[in-house]
Write a protein that binds this ligand. Sequence first.
Ligand SMILES: Cc1cc2nc3c(=O)[nH]c(=O)nc-3n(C[C@H](O)[C@H](O)[C@H](O)COP(=O)(O)OP(=O)(O)OC[C@H]3O[C@@H](n4cnc5c(N)ncnc54)[C@H](O)[C@@H]3O)c2cc1C
Length: 467
Amino acid sequence: MTCNDSFPMLVSSEDAASLAAVVTGSVLLPGDSGYDDERAVFNLNHELMPAVIVVVENAADVQAAIAFAAARRRPVLVKATGHQMVGTADDAVMIATRRMNDVTIDAVGRTARVGAGAVWGEVVAAAAKDGLAPLNGSNPTVGVCGYTLGGGLSPTLGRSHGYAADHVRSLEVVTADGELRQVDAHSEPELFWAMLGGKGNFGVVTALEFDVFPVARLYGGGIYFPGERMADVLRAWTAWHPGTPETMISSFAVLRLPPLPALPEPLRGVFSVSLRFAYNGTAVDGERMIAPLRAVGPAILDTVRDMPYSEVASIHDEPTEPLPYYERGVMLREFPAQAQDRLIELVGPESDTTMWIAELRALGGAWDREPAAGNAVATRGLPYSLLGVEVGPLSQEQRLKESVAALLDGMKPWAGDRRLVNNLAPEEAADAAAVYGPERHARLAAVKRTYDPTNMFRINHNVAPAT
Ligand SMILES: Cc1cc2nc3c(=O)[nH]c(=O)nc-3n(C[C@H](O)[C@H](O)[C@H](O)COP(=O)(O)OP(=O)(O)OC[C@H]3O[C@@H](n4cnc5c(N)ncnc54)[C@H](O)[C@@H]3O)c2cc1C
């Protein structure tokens, strides 16, 4: 471990023992057994080195950790899975929520109540037993809490149902003053509005309750074409998807995958383009709908099929084990023919890019509609989300960053004026105003001043308290 342990980063073992005496979970200092496991994150190029880690078991543990941090004026970092960490956190109290992963499905009320540490794979599996489905993301290892507070863009049900944040009924939250609050649209409307989209800026969620929907199966999967066909596939998809019903969600990706044994054999070491579909309707209708795209040409692999919702992660088939990568996203406000040509130049067969994945998700539908209670999700009305992902070790950081920047810079003429906080890179931590737009950001900053005036929760994509 290469922790910078000069004062005031260090927490003394006596101090840690005083915290350990009042929590049910574990308190870990650098060098303790288990410390390295708890600070590990999904991106192997990112390293956390918190001054102390509290592996919490319940809401009272979260309260104790926050009181400890407040008394010592230390920032607090929350980690569920480590999919989107910011900075090294070396002066921070890190709250690790992964043990708080209870999932309870109310099949009659069609709700799920989950602990702060639950991941989507667990909720999808539990809900599927009752023929229900949540608004989960593409990857089963992503944490429910961070994803939902950041908006939560579900590539399987979102176009017909909206953001995951739109369907949260209540949050149980510990705020910077150490109070455990039940937060919903009636009890604490401003805090509820801000947390749903404003993410971890206002407190630590210990549990959340949200709607689940009667969806037991889907017609979905991916069709992979040779990368050389990018222009035909992209143009056919771009012309096709706006005419589809909201129950059909689709996305386009350019893939330069390495020859890894974990990948399906036909995709190993191959340059391909893929169309991903999730249709909440019959297989017969789905098959008829996507027929014009299947007709674009012979596929390398076609996994589109009728599937139980429990297999939904296979549609995007993303890595579930940590890897070294760099990713950044942008929302597009339009994607006309000129933008399509530009994307083909940037990542198509004639380009010299090394990018692993450039993914374009088509949005619209319920993603554009404000929920009744309103929330801070900033991206309504923007029709596409574009993400670039490069994979490689830290020693190649410059190359990875330049490669992703080339994509985003090239697409700048069509970029939207707001962003999805879930797609922000670590170094975009200070960009909150640009992400939310000025009005929404001012309202978030006012809520922050009320609930976290000292900016205890600042190791994130930060909204600073209004002055
Ligand atoms: C492979 C992959 C696929 C993804 N797919 C999607 C997708 O389909 N749709 C989408 O919208 N996003 C997607 N994301 C982005 C994802 O939603 C964000 O990375 C999200 O922040 C992950 O949350 P986490 O809890 O897993 O991560 P963590 O790194 O553990 O947490 C990230 C941040 O979330 C906040 N947070 C987490 N838990 C709490 C809590 N209990 N209280 C308060 N704040 C908390 C904190 O600010 C924390 O810093 C994907 C990310 C990856 C890496």
